[in-house]
Design a protein around this ligand. Structure first.
Ligand code: PMP
Length: 406
């Protein structure tokens, strides 16, 4: 086989479809987020980042950076091993206690990313519970889908955010069989929010375990940043809460929070936990500092919501179509991969505005979009610049506008 030719032809296909990914090579600077330096072949330029998942700018927060510096000096660079073989540092244990407390659970278990936590925890639970059936929301993230696939357990997909469909599917499963319902709170690309209470009602009715991914909600919602389940007073009804330390917390890593027995079980059987090097202690200390700050400070969450509302209002005034969801994620709908890329390139090249185009397979074909994520540190001036530039390119691309209310 012509291996190289095969690789190139596959790449050419996605390039022709307008969905070949090109990295924006950024250098973030302490104290300057959301502004960053971009490196190109021609040199460097300054950009404003509008698509970061460091939703609250905690990746630049002094508490986080100081904790990381101190721990780096104290403990060195790496963890030095897997959690079981010399890699468990005091900072991991402290962080797990902090996470368990955040979610009102007995225990928590760290992984090297949110992706790995979903893959390993869901995969292990579904594989090891005898004859388990997994019920997976149709909109679930790739990490959950891959974990379920890897388990080889039977999987039934329920309609997105549809407790009635979940109820119908659960009713068809033998009552004694273990059932695991996997869903998210805030969906990353549409920004819609699950009807968690209704889904839990259905889970409880059928004796199913519930597994929620709060990756896009931890730090951002709830009085202590425990996510949508905390905001809605539902944490104690959920079997497993999964989250990331790489988005609103601003660092890196993933985790589950659940009962002691469940965490111990996953810890003891999940290959994605056992056979990989533990997170560097400095990352763990940084995440702990970030969580502690966000448990008491409301300022970042309040300012974040204010910025999101402002961007939405300004888009509405310009008639620029965006999904009207109740979260902080603003998907500006373009519906064509080539136009989406053209808009993104034009914003970057002409205005130093960085919004990555989101294409298939991340979203369905025909729903290509710009996913805008405001942060507390975007100023009114940043917002003005974004809206005017978007409006300009919207006209150039002859994209439809929503009627604007007088
Ligand atoms: N779950 C969801 C819903 C996500 O969107 C993501 C990342 N985009 C992950 C899990 C994985 O998290 P991490 O980036 O920490 O690997």
């Amino acid at each position: 086989m012509d291996y190289e030719g095969f690789f190139q032809s596959e790449i050419d296909t996605i390039r022709d479809e307008g969905r070949y990914r090109i990295f924006a090579e950024l250098e973030r600077h302490r104290g300057r987020f959301p502004h960053a330096t971009r490196y190109t072949e021609e040199g460097t330029d300054e950009v404003t980042v509008w698509c970061s998942n460091d939703y609250l700018g905690m990746g630049q927060h002094s508490d986080v950076l100081n904790a990381m510096h101190e721990t780096l000096d104290q403990c060195g660079a790496g963890a030095g091993g897997t959690r079981n073989i010399s890699g468990t540092n005091h900072h991991h244990v402290v962080l797990e206690a902090e996470l368990a407390d955040l979610h009102g659970k007995e225990a928590a278990l760290l992984f090297t990313s949110g992706y790995v936590s979903n893959w390993a925890a869901l995969g292990t639970l579904a594989a090891k519970l005898p004859n388990c059936v997994v019920l997976s929301d149709a909109g679930n993230h790739a990490s959950m889908i891959e974990g379920i696939r890897h388990s080889r357990a039977e999987c039934l997909k329920f309609k997105h955010n549809d407790p009635a469909d979940l109820d119908r599917l659960l009713a068809g499963i033998a009552p004694g069989r273990p059932k695991l319902v996997a869903f998210e709170s805030v969906y990353s690309m549409d920004g819609d929010i699950a009807p968690i209470a209704e889904i839990l009602d259905v889970c409880e009715k059928h004796g199913a375990m519930s597994y929620i991914d709060e990756v896009h909600a931890v730090g951002l919602y709830g009085p202590r940043g425990g996510g949508i389940a905390e905001r809605e007073g539902l944490m104690d009804r959920i079997t497993v809460i999964e989250g990331t330390l790489g988005k609103a917390i601003g660092v890196m890593g993933g985790y589950i929070a659940a009962s002691s027995a469940l965490c111990d079980f996953v810890r003891s059987f999940a290959s994605g936990f056992i056979f990989t090097t533990a997170l560097p202690p400095a990352l763990a200390a940084g995440a702990t500092a970030s969580l502690r700050h966000l448990k008491t400070s409301q300022m970042e969450r309040a300012r974040h919501q204010d910025r999101v509302a402002k961007v939405r209002r300004r888009l509405d005034l310009m008639g620029i179509t965006h999904l009207d969801n109740p979260s902080h994620i603003i998907p500006v709908m373009v519906g064509d991969p080539h136009k989406c890329k053209r808009i993104s390139d034009w914003l970057m090249d002409n205005h130093g505005i960085y919004v990555q185009p989101i294409n298939y397979p991340t979203v369905p074909k025909g729903t290509e979009r710009l996913r805008i994520t405001p942060s507390p540190v975007h100023t009114d001036g940043d917002i003005d610049k974004l809206i005017h530039a978007l409006s300009d390119i919207w006209s150039q691309c002859e994209l439809a506008r929503r009627a604007v209310a007088a």
